[in-house]
Design a protein around this ligand. Structure first.
Ligand code: PPS
Ligand code: ADP
Length: 173
């Protein structure tokens, strides 16, 4: 099974992927995390945040994830994954792919801003530190129209989110 955790930066994808992996590992279910940030900083360093490169990133992450999934490993892809077209493409291409929308309102994300990206995206035009393509601020995010699971990290705490996703995995694996 492949779980596409998609959502804006800071929504809680990485945190949730890790807590879910810990819990599933303890219950004897092998789990692998394919994290967009990790692959971008190692294997995919040439990829930018343009639309074609984001699509390419997700295609590659999906390909790798499917290899694990084929071996019976619960595989969590943690990436912003902003475009509906490539989420649907992965669902059509591989077996048992589920979309998990990790949602959180932008105003909360601006408050969290653990990486300082929102502060930089909201700088005035022309500022040397400004980011001009941060998803949710000045770059698009297609809200999943019918995700297999919806998780709102503004409303549920980390434990509640973890239980929700673990139960979903156990029910659908
Ligand atoms: N402009 C811009 N837009 C979005 N994200 C940015 C950007 N610049 C850097 N980052 C950092 O890159 C992480 C997103 O990488 P992903 O591979 O998940 O992105 S994507 O799925 O290809 O859109 C993302 O990680 P997360 O915060 O874990 O989501 C950011 O840390
Ligand atoms: N319910 C929640 N689920 C997951 N993370 C949460 C939640 N509430 C707050 N957070 C916090 O949000 C911050 C960003 O989480 P992170 O996992 O790095 O997001 P992402 O991988 O989506 O960029 C972390 O400091 C995390 O503790």
């Amino acid at each position: 099974m492949v779980l596409l955790l998609c959502g804006l930066s800071g929504a809680g994808k990485t945190t949730l992927a890790n807590t879910v992996k810990n819990r599933l590992d303890q219950s004897g279910l092998n789990t692998e995390i394919i994290d967009g940030d990790e692959y971008r900083s190692t294997l995919f360093r040439e990829l930018s945040y343009s639309k074609p490169d984001r699509l390419e990133n997700i295609r590659r992450l999906g390909f790798i994830a499917n290899k694990f999934s084929e071996r019976g490993i619960v595989t969590i892809v943690s990436a912003i994954n902003p475009y509906d077209e490539v989420r649907e493409e992965l669902k059509d291409t591989y077996e048992n792919v589920k979309t998990i929308f990790v949602d959180c309102p932008v105003r909360t994300l601006i408050g969290r801003d653990t990486k300082g990206l929102y502060k930089r995206a909201l700088l005035p035009d022309g500022h040397p530190e400004k980011i001009s393509n941060l998803t949710g601020i000045n770059d698009p995010f297609d809200v999943p129209s019918s995700p297999d699971l919806y998780i709102n990290t503004d409303v549920l705490d980390i434990q509640e989110c973890t239980s929700l996703l673990c139960n979903f995995i156990i029910d659908n694996n």
